[in-house]
Design a protein around this ligand. Structure first.
Ligand code: PLP
Length: 424
């Protein structure tokens, strides 16, 4: 052998992942845009019901969205043709940025090719180019924020999850003249809990800090026009910069920030992840504009999702399924072991035609492996009953699941009663 044995290293690392039961096996799906929640699974050759999509409102299957994207594809072709600076800024991009700024009641917005890129680009440029910047980051922030902060090279302080008192203690210890950014999510994607946004904004006001919130799991879903948790809680003007995605509540792909004209221009002028990447295809942008229009005007999909999530949680509770006490539309069903989570989801697929992807480390801590179940407004009562029956049956088939989660049950039941009120 001449030098390092790359192939053995790759194979051994993959083997370790398999041994731990957290080797990722992808599905091979063909989504049915007519039903919105079903797909043809090429591995098993059968039609499955999808219960883990982040297209929370099924806007990707909305007829107006499909029509708008299709018409724009005919009209403008397949791609944007360049970076935003070099021929890639089309009128569709300009319009959508205006509409996103309006959604969040901000002066300006800026599009990116994904929510991940938006966080990475915005935080890395804010942290790098604000002199002496310190970034305060919730310990459960998403990987894209963690990477953005790391790339900025700024001083970073981690505060305990949703603990504004810990945040305040830490922020008070930093020189008052240094620029400070508080960086958090409004709705955490794995536990489905909300941030104490008003208390965090109060801390920011007391210490002159800049508030940066990731509303990725809330835009489209909360607030009278779908601007997210800040809108629902009357806090739009207390947040300095919003970051959101166009891939979840709006059903397509892309990300954005919204804020003051100068703050957004600052990022636009500095962020490599924005400057050196091709713009989103105009057809996609047109479809997103149709979704945004719909969700600003009409809250019925939001209401239907809240009803579906509340009813599914109530049924899980009644049937002893260990769902975390989440107040949002995200229903984390705890398993507590990677191999078991995989075995349960394999069974759901094979026996019941239900597709749920298990969530393992490093997405969640070891020992908290789970099924992350996400209803949509298009799931029916029948879909819901089939899911509950399948989960109950799987619980019977895997006694270890009950053993691993039994201790948490009493607390879950108490909290669920409170949370059923919160979502409805
Ligand atoms: N922020 C959070 C909290 C997320 O959970 C995700 C992805 O799931 C992202 C950002 C990245 O968004 P996107 O999927 O648009 O890249």
């Amino acid at each position: 052998m001449n030098g390092f044995d790359f192939d053995s290293c790759f194979a051994e690392t993959l083997q370790n992942l398999r041994r731990e039961g957290r080797y990722r096996v992808f599905a091979d799906l063909e989504r049915d845009s007519h039903s919105g929640v079903h797909a043809y699974d090429h591995r098993t050759g059968r039609r499955v019901t999808v219960w883990c999509s982040n297209d929370y409102l099924a806007m990707g299957a909305h007829p107006d969205v499909i029509r708008a994207a299709g018409a724009a594809l005919e009209r403008y072709g397949a791609g944007a043709g360049g970076t935003r600076n070099i021929s890639g800024t089309t009128h569709e991009h300009v319009l959508l940025e205006g509409e996103l700024a309006d959604l969040h009641r901000k002066e300006s917005a800026l599009l990116f090719t994904s929510g991940y890129v938006a966080n990475d680009a915005a935080l890395s440029s804010l942290g790098r180019f604000l002199p002496g910047c310190v970034i305060f980051s919730d310990e459960l922030n998403h990987a894209s924020m963690i990477e953005g902060i790391r790339h900025s090279g700024a001083d970073k302080r981690i505060f305990r999850h949703n603990d504004w008192r810990d945040l305040e203690r830490q922020i008070a210890s930093v020189c008052k003249y240094r620029p400070k950014i508080i960086c958090f999510e409004s709705c955490y994607s794995m536990d489905g809990d909300f941030a104490p946004m008003e208390a965090i904004c109060d801390v920011a006001r007391r210490h002159g800090a800049f508030t940066y919130v990731d509303e990725v799991h809330a835009v489209g879903l909360y607030g009278a026009r779908g601007a997210g948790v800040a809108e629902r809680d009357g806090l739009l003007d207390r947040i300095d910069m919003f970051q959101g995605t166009l891939s979840k509540g709006f059903g397509a792909i892309g990300g954005y920030i919204a804020g003051s004209r100068d703050a957004v221009d600052f990022v636009r002028s500095h962020a490599p992840g924005f400057i050196f990447s091709t713009a989103l295809p105009p057809s996609v942008v047109s479809g997103i504009r149709a979704a945004l229009d719909q969700l600003k005007e009409d809250g019925s999909a939001r209401a239907a999702l809240a009803r579906r999530a509340a009813s599914l949680k109530a049924k899980m509770l009644a049937n002893g399924i260990p769902v975390l006490p989440s107040p949002s539309h995200i229903l984390p069903v705890m398993i507590g072991d990677a191999a078991l989570a995989k075995a349960i989801t394999d069974r759901l697929m094979a026996e019941d035609g239900i597709y749920i992807q298990p969530i393992n480390y490093p997405t969640v801590p070891r020992g908290t492996e789970r099924l992350r179940i996400t209803p949509t407004p298009l799931h029916t009562d029948e879909d819901e009953d089939t899911l509950i029956a399948a989960l109950v049956s799987a619980r019977g088939a895997f006694p270890r699941w009950t053993e691993l989660t039994a201790a948490a049950q009493p607390d879950i039941h108490v909290s669920m009663r409170e949370n059923a009120d919160a979502i409805s």
